[in-house]
Design a protein around this ligand. Structure first.
Ligand SMILES: NC(=O)c1ccc[n+]([C@@H]2O[C@H](COP(=O)([O-])OP(=O)(O)OC[C@H]3O[C@@H](n4cnc5c(N)ncnc54)[C@H](OP(=O)(O)O)[C@@H]3O)[C@@H](O)[C@H]2O)c1
Length: 442
């Protein structure tokens, strides 16, 4: 690698954001640009590679992002940020492969990938329960809504022309598995990101709603549950939070994050390069079209969310720009800042935290550690160790983490990582065979 290439790698940040044409994804791109320009020296530039599902959406999104950038920065600052569009449908594993290949062939590295795209997969709302719940228990019902309805067992389209294929859950594939395959495929690019932010980061976007109570390890894809979205987000939490534990290392660090060393000239085929790291975020609760509603109901939803914020909910960010606070913090902060944020949890025997976007009543944003069933705050057993966590409003019925629950969560992580890697390897073989068959037919 020449001197110019090395300089280019050190002075440019490359960040991938999936699902950027609407809602949170669009705001993540805007906020990445804003925060990068206000925190990074003039010598550095940022390339945001954003994905949509069609060329039309890509063009429209690029136009809106560029317009935003022109309106929020000076012309010379705007030159330091570049938007590059890519297409991918995460429920089409062939499309995920094609995107991965294009990225590996065209980019020098990736500093972070923000795995934002996602679907709810809901078919409707149980209105009598929703109205009753919102009128009688507003704050909890609009933070952890129990009234969304979803069909059971929805599958993706067939992935290959082969006669038989394993089942692939639609919500699971859109929210978890498509991203999982993508992250594995671009691991060589993440490995090359060493400065200025440290090893490349995989940043998952989960939900405040995720709970292991709606996840069953023998139904990894959520094919037998009426809550496939919640199941997929719980799995996201489990994978991200246990990714650096010794028990998951054979699948997480040594296999999934290892990448293809042969395609990474910097590592000379050794495993000495720093491994990419995984972080977990959620946007709080913001108003987007992830639940499609008629316009009057959108206003009703906004009023309900605002009411919850006034009643003391720390999670009602409402705007997607505020919702982008935590993912952007994880994508842009220096490694020292992230390590400092997680230090109290590590020092108390915990591990990774789930970082959420939080808002005060007046709309003052912050990044806050989120309590999770079975993992507590940052995996620390007993009382929360950080003062701010002790003061934050909890989910009704939440109790301090016990040692047994923490051990169970680690075991759950081990089982999930094993199954995910087995599934990835199985699908990679199927896709290899399908590609080979296609080339020999031509
Ligand atoms: N809104 C909230 O309060 C909230 C709360 C917790 C978590 N989240 C999470 O935040 C993320 C973004 O959600 P949002 O609220 O911003 O929803 P949104 O406005 O519906 O955006 C979802 C994005 O994902 C893309 N997408 C959907 N299916 C895809 C697929 N198969 N392949 C590729 N891209 C796909 C969509 O593209 P199309 O436009 O082409 O469909 C869109 O760009 C999701 O992971 C969601 O679970 C949101």
């Amino acid at each position: 690698m020449g001197e110019n290439d090395t300089r280019e790698i050190h002075e440019n940040l490359y960040i991938l954001v999936t699902g950027a044409n609407s809602g949170l994804g669009f705001s993540i791109c805007c906020r990445l640009a804003d925060e990068f320009l206000s925190t990074h020296p003039d010598s550095q530039s940022l390339t945001i590679i954003f994905t949509t599902r069609s060329s039309r959406k890509a063009e429209d999104t690029r136009r809106r992002l560029e317009k935003y950038l022109r309106s929020s920065s000076t012309p010379s600052a705007a030159e330091r940020v570049q938007f590059v569009s890519e297409n991918v449908d995460l429920t089409d594993l062939h499309s995920v492969r094609l995107l991965s290949r294009r990225l590996v062939q065209t980019l020098p590295k990736l500093d972070a990938i923000v795995l934002n795209a996602g679907i709810g997969g809901w078919s409707g709302i149980d209105w009598p329960n929703a109205i009753w719940g919102v009128c009688t228990d507003l704050l909890h019902q609009v933070t952890w809504p129990p009234y969304k309805l979803a069909p059971v067992g929805v599958l993706t389209n067939k992935q290959t022309e082969g006669p038989e294929e394993p089942l692939l859950g639609y919500v699971f594939c859109a929210n978890v598995f498509g991203h999982y395959m993508l992250a594995h495929n671009v691991a060589p690019l993440l490995q090359r990101a060493q400065t200025p932010n440290g090893p490349g980061r995989v940043i998952w976007v989960s939900s405040i709603e995720a709970t292991t109570k709606l996840f069953h390890v023998d139904d990894l894809q959520g094919l037998r549950t009426a809550a496939p979205y919640e199941s997929s987000k719980a799995l996201t939490d489990i994978l991200a939070l246990t990714s650096d534990l010794p028990g998951t290392a054979p699948w997480a660090v040594d296999s999934f994050l290892r990448g293809d060393f042969e395609s990474n000239p910097d590592t000379n085929g050794t495993s000495a390069a720093p491994k990419p790291t995984m972080y977990l975020s959620h946007p709080g609760v913001c108003a987007t079209t992830i639940i499609p509603l008629a316009l009057p109901l959108v206003y009703a939803m906004l009023i309900a969310f605002w009411g919850a914020r006034m009643l003391g909910s720390p999670w009602h960010t409402l705007s997607t720009y505020l919702g982008a606070c935590a993912p952007v913090f994880l994508a842009l902060s220096g490694q020292a800042a992230l390590d400092a944020a997680e230090k109290p949890y590590h020092q108390a025997g915990g591990g990774r935290a789930k970082w959420g976007s939080s808002s005060s009543r007046l709309g003052v944003e912050s990044v806050a550690c989120t309590e999770i069933d079975g993992w507590g705050y940052g995996g620390v057993v007993g009382r929360p160790v950080v003062e701010a966590d002790r003061c934050r409003r909890r989910k009704r019925g939440a109790v301090d983490l016990t040692r047994e629950e923490r051990e169970n969560f680690e075991e759950l992580g081990r089982k999930c990582w094993k199954q995910m890697e087995e599934l990835r390897i199985q699908w990679d073989e199927i896709l290899d065979r399908a590609e080979k068959a296609k080339t020999s037919d031509q």
